[in-house]
Design a protein around this ligand. Structure first.
Ligand code: SF4
Length: 270
C-alpha cells in the first residue's frame, strides 16, 4: 500500500473525535506524529484493523519517515533564523562566537549559524539534528538533576514506549549482542563515560547527545537462560529540556548511528 504523502492523508483516516485515547491532544497531532514516524497507526484504538493493515509500511523504505524528517528539519532551520542565539547558547549550555552558536553534541562541536545552517565534523542524521534544533528553540535549559528514569516515566512516554522499544532499544540491543565494539565506540568516538553499573546491568555508559540532556545506556548480558537486554535511561529533566517526540527521535537516531558504525567496523562477538 502506498504510504501517506503528508500528515493530512493520515488525518483523513482518523475518527476526528479528539478523544485522546492515543495520548495526543488531538487527532491532528496524532496524524503528524504518525507521519513523522514517531507514532504507530495502531496506537489509535478507534481505527479498524482493516485500515491499519492497509496503511502499514511494507518496509523501512525511503517513505515517509526519512522524508518527513528532512522536511521537519528544514522547517526548524527556518525557525532558527529568528532565534536570539546568545540567549539560546546560554540556555542550552553552548557558546556563541560571532554569528555561530556551538554546542557539544556527543562530544563533538555542532554549530548553527544565524541562517539555520548546520556546521559539524560528524555525520549527524536528521534524527539527531532535529532534537538538537528543537532543544535550541524550545528547551527549558534545566541542569541535569542526576536521577535516571526510563522513557516510559517521562511525560507522555508511556504511550510511545512500545514504538520506542521497537525502533531504538531493540536495534541497539541487536548491535550490542553482535558487536563487542559498540560500547567502546560510545566511549571513544562519542565521548561517553563508562560509569559504575546501574540497575544491576553489566555495562552502563553515559552519553551527552546535548550538554543538558544526558542519557545512559544499560546492557545486561545473557545469563541463566535469560536473554540479554538493553534499556535507555534519561535524566528526569529530559522531558522539560526536550519534548517527548524529540526524545523519541533522538533515541532512534542514535540507534541508527550505532547500527551504521557496527556495519562499517564489523567486530562480531567471538
Ligand atoms: S485515539 Fe484516535 S480518535 Fe482519539 S484522539 Fe487519538 S487519533 Fe483521534
Amino acid at each position: 500500500m502506498p504510504q501517506p504523502k503528508h500528515a493530512m492523508e493520515v488525518f483523513q483516516l482518523l475518527d476526528k473525535s479528539n478523544c485522546r485515547q492515543c495520548g495526543e491532544k488531538t487527532c491532528l497531532a496524532f496524524a503528524g506524529a504518525v507521519f513523522r514516524g514517531q507514532r504507530d497507526l495502531r496506537q489509535c484504538p478507534m481505527l479498524s484493523p482493516e485500515v491499519v493493515v492497509r496503511f502499514e509500511p511494507d518496509s523501512e523504505g525511503p517513505n515517509s519517515a526519512e522524508q518527513s524528517q528532512e522536511e521537519h528539519l528544514d522547517g526548524l532551520k527556518a525557525e532558527i533564523a529568528g532565534l536570539d542565539l546568545q540567549e539560546a547558547a546560554e540556555r542550552a549550555g553552548g557558546r556563541l562566537a560571532g554569528s555561530r552558536l556551538t554546542l557539544k553534541v556527543l562530544g563533538k562541536d555542532f554549530g548553527v549559524d544565524s541562517s539555520g545552517s548546520l556546521i559539524t565534523d560528524i555525520h549527524v542524521n536528521p534524527w539527531v539534528a532535529i532534537p538538537v534544533l528543537t532543544h535550541l528553540l524550545h528547551g527549558r535549559g534545566l541542569p541535569a538533576a542526576g536521577n535516571w528514569v526510563s522513557f516510559r516515566e517521562l511525560k507522555d512516554g508511556a504511550e510511545r514506549y512500545p514504538l520506542f522499544r521497537k525502533r531504538c532499544e531493540e536495534p541497539m540491543k541487536s548491535v550490542a549482542d553482535l558487536h563487542t565494539g559498540l560500547f567502546d565506540d560510545m566511549v571513544h568516538i562519542f565521548n561517553g563515560q563508562q560509569v559504575q553499573e546501574q540497575f544491576e546491568s553489566d555495562i552502563s555508559v553515559v552519553l551527552h547527545p546535548l550538554p543538558k540532556v544526558p542519557l545512559m545506556v544499560c546492557y545486561w548480558l545473557p545469563e541463566d537462560g535469560l536473554q540479554s537486554s538493553l534499556n535507555l535511561f534519561f535524566d528526569e529533566t529530559a522531558d522539560r529540556n526536550l519534548d517527548i517526540g524529540s526524545i523519541f527521535t533522538l533515541g532512534v537516531g542514535l540507534a541508527q548511528m550505532f547500527q551504521k558504525l557496527s556495519w562499517r567496523h564489523g567486530s562480531p562477538r567471538a
